[in-house]
Design a protein around this ligand. Structure first.
Ligand SMILES: NC(=O)c1ccc[n+]([C@@H]2O[C@H](COP(=O)([O-])OP(=O)(O)OC[C@H]3O[C@@H](n4cnc5c(N)ncnc54)[C@H](O)[C@@H]3O)[C@@H](O)[C@H]2O)c1
Length: 446
């Protein structure tokens, strides 16, 4: 490798790390932002409620609560000890709620963070929109194409401010990659390869027996629209664990791909794929769950293909590492002039021979984010949509839902990007969400 190439590489690493530090800059609300349509006045506070008081929801809530105009007004969980812990933390202002619908009806709640397990996301998001609340909705946005469109349409119809919880989008590294890709220096890009690999060994998340739920936990309401099943402590423990159970999470592809395919979708402004094929299954893992441990996905776009590799049984990751089992992820953009590969915090360019010899990274042009939650709060004040609103995020969520559908069917699924329609009656029938009584899929939004 030439000196010039080495210096270009170090520049990129440096740019990425300067960028990360840049995220710590103080965040100022533009004068006049408060009191914009939808919010009452300059001294108004934003009453935030949390639905789902596990680790992720609490992290999102704490980031919001650090803002002086945010009041933590409520904590909702079907698990008493978890909601009590949040209420104790914000004891001057937060009320406890067992049923999220009661929290949505409360007047002092302006906005909610939805960090429940994924099988709840669509119903809760639509209910929040109908109640006139803004929402920070954790990924995966949904588990079905129809749910994805329902959330997007409900946000549009009720004019709510909605951020999907893909917080890597707010970092500096992704911004520098998007700028490089859009500069055209890589030449025509025909393929992006994306992946997340881990090694949970053959034992997966383990095999605790089903049991009675712990005292103070409403298991029936945890299951909600999902299929009825006995309580299992592994399923209820955290997202790392519920990713092993398909009906309540969709598995590890919806678990990680939203963060990772975000980068090609953003950089290349991808629409929907017209053909999706997913091969995979549960080949090795023997644990209490039923999720696949291998998935290989191909998405076909006009003049472009994107792939995804998911493994829970081997963590070899090409240039991103090998040897000790670990979680490894990455994205490769293959252009005529070279390959750019990236993960959350770094990116590197590998030229094709002499191509790219004189290419310097473009000057940074995408402004830094104040942070994913803070961008959402700012948009609540200004009534703009944040960067990862459902209109944008559907281009991430729909392909992921199509992939799980393809794996179930064992064949490619065709999709009409313009009509937003699955072109396969059996696949469309299989995609239709079936909620357990008394919950109803909000079909009126599709
Ligand atoms: N953005 C990220 O990097 C990231 C990281 C981890 C998790 N997540 C996402 O965040 C969400 C939560 O993950 P987690 O690890 O905190 O999971 P968790 O299981 O620890 O927390 C979810 C909580 O929701 C509660 N809950 C279930 N049904 C409910 C209902 N009807 N009403 C109120 N509460 C209910 C559960 O009791 C639990 O306390 C998931 O969607 C996950 O995919 C995102």
């Amino acid at each position: 490798m030439s000196e010039e190439q080495i210096s270009r590489r170090s520049f990129i690493r440096e740019a990425a790390s300067v960028g990360t530090a840049g995220m710590a800059v103080p965040y100022f609300v533009p004068a006049g932002a408060l009191g914009a349509p939808g919010r009452a006045g300059a001294n108004d506070k934003i009453g935030v409620g949390l639905i789902g008081c596990g680790g992720m929801g609490r992290a999102n809530l704490n980031a919001c609560a650090a803002q002086s105009d945010v009041v933590v007004a409520g904590a909702c969980d079907v698990w008493k000890s978890r909601r009590d812990a949040v209420v104790a933390q914000y004891k001057d202002t937060a009320k406890p709620y067992h049923d999220y619908r009661e929290m949505l009806a409360a007047e002092d709640i302006d906005a909610v963070i939805i960090a429940s397990p994924p099988h709840w996301h669509c119903r809760m998001a639509v209910d929040a929109c109908e109640a006139g609340k803004d929402l920070y909705l954790q990924k995966p946005m949904t588990l079905h194409v129809a749910e994805s469109l329902a959330v997007r349409n409900a946000v549009r119809k009720h004019k709510r401010v909605c951020q999907i919880g893909t917080q890597i989008h707010a970092g500096q590294n992704y911004r520098r990659v998007v700028e490089f890709i859009r500069s055209g220096k890589l030449g025509p890009i025909s393929v992006a390869r994306t992946f997340n690999v881990m090694n949970q060994g053959p034992g997966g998340v383990g095999s605790a027996p089903n049991s009675d739920p712990p005292a103070g936990m409403d298991w029936n309401l945890w299951l909600g629209p999902g299929p009825k099943r006995a309580f299992n402590p592994l399923l209820a423990q955290s997202s790392y664990h519920h990713c092993s159970f398909m009906a309540y999470s969709g598995g590890w592809t919806p678990g990680m791909a939203p963060h990772i395919i975000d980068l090609p979708v953003w950089a290349l402004e991808l629409g929907y794929p017209s053909v999706t094929y997913c091969s995979g299954g549960r080949y090795v893992i023997d644990d209490a769950g039923d999720g696949p441990d291998v998935q290989e996905i191909t998405w076909q776009y006009p003049n472009f293909t994107m792939t995804w590799m998911m493994s829970l049984v081997n963590s070899f990751a090409f240039d991103f590492g090998r040897g000790t089992p670990a979680r490894r992820l990455g994205i490769y953009f293959h252009g005529v002039n070279g390959t750019l590969y990236a993960n959350y915090g770094m990116h590197e360019i590998v030229p094709e021979g002499d191509f790219l010899k004189d290419a310097e990274p473009p000057a940074p042009s995408i402004p830094p984010s104040p942070g994913h939650e803070l961008e959402w709060l700012d948009c609540i004040r200004t009534r703009k949509q944040p960067s990862c609103n459902p209109d944008y995020h559907c281009k991430i969520d729909v392909p992921i839902c199509l992939a799980n559908l393809s794996m179930k069917l064992g064949r490619a699924v065709r999709f009409d990007p313009a009509a937003e329609r699955i072109l396969d009656d059996e696949a469309a029938r299989l995609d239709a969400p079936r909620y357990r009584d008394p919950w109803k899929f909000p079909r009126e939004y599709v």
